[in-house]
Ligand binder design. Sequence first.
Ligand code: ARG
Length: 586
Amino acid sequence: MISEEIEKLLNEGASKAGYEEKLSVSFSNMPKLCDYQCNGCFALAKKYSKKPFDIASEIANSIEQSDLFEFDVAMPAFINIKLTDKALSKIANEYLNDEMGGVEKHKERQKVILDYGGANVAKALHVGHLRSPIIGESLKRLYKLMGDDVIADVHLGDWGLQMGLTELQLYEDGVLDYYFKGEGEEPVITLDMLNEAYPKASARKKDDEKFKEEADAWTLKIQNKEQPYYSIYKKIREVSVKEIKKHYGELGATFDLWYGESDAAPYIDRAIKIIEDKGLTRESDGALVVDVAVEGENIPLPKKSEDEEQRYKNPMPPAILKKYNGGVLYATTDIATILMRNEMYKNVDRIEYIVDMRQKNHFVQVFRVCKMSGISPEEQELLHIGYGTMNGKDGKPFKTRSGDTIKLEDIINMLVEKAGDKLKSNGVEYDRDLALKIGVAAMKFGDLINNVDKDYVFDLDKFISFEGKTGPYIQYTAVRINSILNKANLEGGEFFISNDEEREIIRSILKLNSSYEICYKEKSLSSLCSATYNLASAFSTFYNNHSVLNESNINIKQSYISLLRLVKNKLKQALNVLAIEIPEKM
Ligand code: ARG
């Protein structure tokens, strides 16, 4: 890495000047002045009671001269480092011949399970299931690029009350007569039936206590695998999963495991026994619970309460393992899933959950129970990566005009339609696959450029623009480079810097490369998105000022071709992590 090379020279110089403390460099705050800077002389000055500027000068003067880096001292006491053209050219040629384009894998490989997607069986996919597959897919690709061994699990919600509610509603609507009354033919359960049954049942349960109890009982029968409840459930699951696979596929999210909560069912009794054996459970109103509160910790209630002060004085509620009727809940299946994962895969270093921030307390409860009981070994990291809400332009969670939650399918259709319009106005023939690629890129980039934990506004017109910080702009840049390379049909040669715009491009590549590590640490793709945009934009400036195809000097032309290939590789690598495809044309 360049920064490491610079640090080596710097520290040799410091040591010659009599300072053994390790100095480090970072990207310059003033890119016009220099490329890297070292701020370490201030701390040395304190320690040695000398003037910071004097120390900086002593060190800079002791650094061995090189034709790659220029070391300079600037007020009050910075050591500034500039890369020479020779260095910039050397870096570019090295990156061109490196499979990773200069991005370094971690020396230690971690085993990671990523839990994202999380769609619920029997319920229509809605906007709440959009961010998780987008962020999760990109984190998976990032971790893999950096050398981790990653297993992606979609963890479908398929073992909760919605199953009982949906089945009971279908029964009441007469769809299930074949099973319960032995009448007619075996029904084919369709997606439309589910899309009608669940919302109806869900609305009813709110003010029909009897119906809710009945649905609880049906859910329990399914969980106990009683017939015909269980086999009907299997059919509902099948129809639902097919739909979920289709939409997640369109978003480019792929999973190694298509498990759901139900797959953890065989581990539930054992998980509960482990927790009971540790003496962690107690009974509360017929339910089986585990206290996880920590002394002095206050959990703000989600909603405003009458007594505002009281709102901030609440302990973490206990985790509920079993309901009054013996049914299991969301926390139970999550705990059992951790047991399952640890038995199926040995030595898992981290399990990360990409789930709405509003589920924070749920994960605190689950993680505490797993740590207290030893279901998750001490050294294993359990992490909830909570994401913010996607809002409409009014700043409130994105809804349809009538105030309903938006279905994922509708969002995908909106993306395709908008991208299709854009293509048409650019004179490109409409093609759904092409429009989907562009629409999805717009959505993903518009999402990922924000820090994961921040809310953001879904502004499709802005996201879809072919200019500015958008997915389509970067796609467009890549398409344009491909087209120039095809037209030129020329082997690249040794790259050498011949203008300022090229310097800017190589500098953006250095920053892009370092953004991978930043994203890895922050568990957010925001830095990568910005750095990718900056590279695309540096390329556009170059392209507007220099004609690659009309260049008459063959050495320069071949050097340009190499530069284009490098930029193309770097954009491709970044877009691959962002799970954005490069279209053939735009
Ligand atoms: N099905 C859940 C929901 O829709 C998300 C699942 C997240 N993953 C997990 N292991 N809890 O809210």
